[in-house]
Ligand binder design. Structure first.
Ligand code: NAI
Ligand code: MG
Length: 393
């Protein structure tokens, strides 16, 4: 059977790593056609929309997307770069990947952070007798992907109705004398159904892959309502999974624990912002952004992407030096999702072998500064790294 995959390279190194992942998919025998879709900065500048409707239509039709990375800039900087003919016409920049997650309700974000043996970037720690040990990390973060602090319900200089509504809350008293134009408000909105969906997905994954614990990572002692709801629902859902322990941590303490005993943790589940934070924390223990992959999954549509951004500093280097592994691992998650687990496993094994042998390493794995110089110092190019993975298949 041939599939159709919507390919959205986006900006910067997204355009570099996505074609590499497709090379690996082809070499693994995945039978697919790739349809290019426009997304990213140039479409904001030239059309006033970084996520054109034609791209949404393609995903609507074909359901599965591979995404590279986009460049995002703050509101004012974005407005400045808009084509002169579009200026002052009411166009407002929003991140197209956040837009995709919202539009298709891709509410389940999965971010595996698993160390490869032999990766010089793996976390190590000193033992009591002065030796070093390298605990293997095998954590998978489930991040609620559409709500919370990322839902985008926020204001500077809030409208009167909003201000009036906030004034009804007793804790708002301390802001009563703050002038409206000196007030910025973000909201953290969570819905029970979304909490339940992400927590259930986390438990089901733990069960399927034999993890003994699920950690709900929140801050219910302070964020009593939103984190409170996450924890309450986690306790309810945990009852249906008697063989899996539910652990409860606070996001701040979790960031400390994961640098002490990362091997204790299996599946973690959090609201959007906390999931973003804790997944970057774990990613740092397994090699950083060059290794961090992710899936955004909804009922009907799914998009797979490395968690890194467009790394503009490296976008123009020829040959390219960035690590394609995060993108290739994201493509493996797509294969799993499509029921092609055997091919995904073969690719992951090929990556593991390349890393363990250690003959071919990108600049990040050699702990070099990212520049053209890195290649002279023995770093592999992006394409060489892909080639050796393909050879390992
Ligand atoms: P970034 O992830 O693009 O790069 C940060 C640093 O991480 C790079 O300078 C590089 O040292 C390293 N890095 C990233 N990917 C790598 C790879 N594949 N191999 C080796 N090293 C790698 O984050 P930054 O610099 O904060 O943002 C750059 C742009 O990307 C911004 O416009 C930002 O808004 C956007 N961004 C987009 C994301 C997305 O598309 N999902 C996610 C994060 C940032
Ligand atoms: Mg992030």
């Amino acid at each position: 059977m041939s599939r159709t995959i919507v390919s959205m390279p986006g900006d910067g190194i997204g355009k570099v790593v996505l074609p590499e992942a497709i090379r690996v998919l082809n070499a693994a025998g995945f039978n697919a056609e790739y349809i290019h879709a426009d997304i990213g900065w140039e479409f904001w500048c030239n059309e006033g929309n970084a996520l054109p409707q034609r791209t949404i239509d393609l995903l609507e039709k074909h359901k599965t997307g591979l995404f590279g990375a986009i460049t995002s800039k703050p509101k004012d900087a974005a407005a400045k770069e808009l084509h002169p003919s579009l200026k002052d016409k009411g166009f407002v920049y929003f991140s197209p990947i956040v837009g995709l997650r919202q539009h298709f309700n891709l509410d389940i974000c999965v971010r595996p952070c698993q160390s490869f043996k032999g990766n010089p970037l793996n976390f190590i720690r000193r033992t009591a007798n002065g030796d070093f040990e390298e605990p293997l990390v095998n954590a998978v973060i489930f991040r609620q992907n559409t709500e919370g602090l990322y839902a985008g319900v926020e204001w500077t200089n809030p409208p009167k109705q909003v201000r009036d509504a906030f004034e009804t809350h007793p804790k708002f008293k301390k802001f009563t004398n703050v002038p409206n134009d000196e007030l910025a408000i973000s909201t953290r909105i969570v819905s029970r159904s979304a909490c339940r969906r992400i927590i259930k997905a986390a438990f089901e994954y733990a069960k399927k892959f034999g993890y003994s614990n699920v950690t709900v990572c929140e801050k219910p002692n302070v964020l009593r309502e939103t984190s409170g709801m996450m924890v309450k629902e986690a306790r309810e859902i945990a009852k249906d999974f008697p063989d899996i322990d539910l652990w409860e941590t606070n996001i701040d303490a979790q960031m400390m624990w994961l640098t002490k005993n990362p091997e204790y943790y299996g599946v973690l589940v959090s609201e959007n912002m906390f999931g973003d934070i804790v997944s970057d924390g774990f990613a740092g223990l397994v090699g950083g952004l060059g290794f961090a992959c992710s899936a955004n999954i909804g009922d009907d549509v799914a998009v797979f992407e490395p968690t890194h951004g467009s790394a503009p500093k490296y976008a123009k280097l020829n040959p390219s030096i960035v690590n394609p592994v995060a993108m290739i691992l994201s493509a493996c998650m797509m294969l799993d999702y499509l029921g092609e687990e055997e091919k995904a496993t073969r690719i992951r094994k090929a990556i593991a072998k390349v890393i363990e042998e250690g003959n071919v390493r990108t600049y990040d794995m050699m702990k070099l500064r990212g520049s053209a110089e890195a290649i002279k110092k023995g770093a592999a190019t992006t394409q060489e790294m892909t080639d050796v993975i393909i050879a390992g298949l």
